[in-house]
Design a protein around this ligand. Sequence first.
Ligand SMILES: NC(=O)c1ccc[n+]([C@@H]2O[C@H](COP(=O)([O-])OP(=O)(O)OC[C@H]3O[C@@H](n4cnc5c(N)ncnc54)[C@H](OP(=O)(O)O)[C@@H]3O)[C@@H](O)[C@H]2O)c1
Length: 295
Amino acid sequence: MTYAPSMGSRIGFVGAGIVARSLAIALSRQRYPVIAAASRSPSSARELSRLVSAAVPYQNPQDAIDAADVVFVTAPDDAIASVVAEAQWRERHTVVHCSGVSSLDVLRPAVERGARAGSFHPMQAFASVQNGVESIPGATFGIEGDDRVRAYLRQMALAIGGRPIFLEPEDKALYHLSGVMMGGLLSGVAAVAAQLWEHLGMERERGVQALMPMMRQVSQNLATAGVPDGIAGPYARGDVGTVRKHLQTLRARAPHVLPLYCHMGLAGLPFAIEKGALSPERAERIRSLLEEGLQ
Ligand SMILES: NC(=O)c1ccc[n+]([C@@H]2O[C@H](COP(=O)([O-])OP(=O)(O)OC[C@H]3O[C@@H](n4cnc5c(N)ncnc54)[C@H](OP(=O)(O)O)[C@@H]3O)[C@@H](O)[C@H]2O)c1
């Protein structure tokens, strides 16, 4: 007999952190039976159970696995392989991880015992459970698995308001790093921009306050108008003099930011040209200023 996951399959979580708790709430609201949780710390499993009362907290991960048909291994990426390798799996199981960068290989010990394997990665930054639950609708879910697992996880993503896409194993890292550029790396750029406010004699937090409404609006512009129409600023307008002034100022007052500024300017230039407000002649002048800034 071949087992395939379906809407009625009992769901358990091993690793009861932010993603597990957020998904458990979202899934149980859509009547998916979330019935078991285990974690490294028993208190984390109990916390998931407090949020989703049908989920029984187990001390031992194996007990949660034995109670469930579909097991989400939502431990940190580095712990997924050992959690899976140390557990006993049966043919009825479907084991799923939520990592954006790990392949299905980490689930191989379960597959060797006849279980199915999948991945279900929300392209979203989860900072807290409340923020996590609220940010699921509209989030893209990168899905891997065989046909039956894909169909199950696709339906699951749609049920909680997500946008499912299927990924090939060789594309996984590229897919994931696009998210890291938009998340962790962009946050780093935001921190550098905010720190420049210290040169204005103000605290970095004041810079964060000043720049975040802009960041929100920039993301809104891109969400509504797309690339390149949602891109604005001196590059899109072709303000050569402004770019020159920025570079002079950075050389004098914050030279450590100069390479970052120039690389970002050069990376965005083709999209400013595509938008059409920037003449090729102005684009060339801006390009050579930025390249000079990198020397
Ligand atoms: N956070 C995000 O923005 C995000 C976005 C997309 C995908 N993901 C993926 O989602 C997965 C979970 O991430 P997360 O952000 O939810 O992490 P998290 O909040 O740190 O939760 C991980 C949970 O697993 C528990 N744990 C650690 N080692 C364990 C082990 N050996 N066995 C069982 N449980 C263990 C943790 O410890 P305790 O039991 O001590 O609490 C914690 O509760 C990761 O694969 C991550 O890449 C995260």
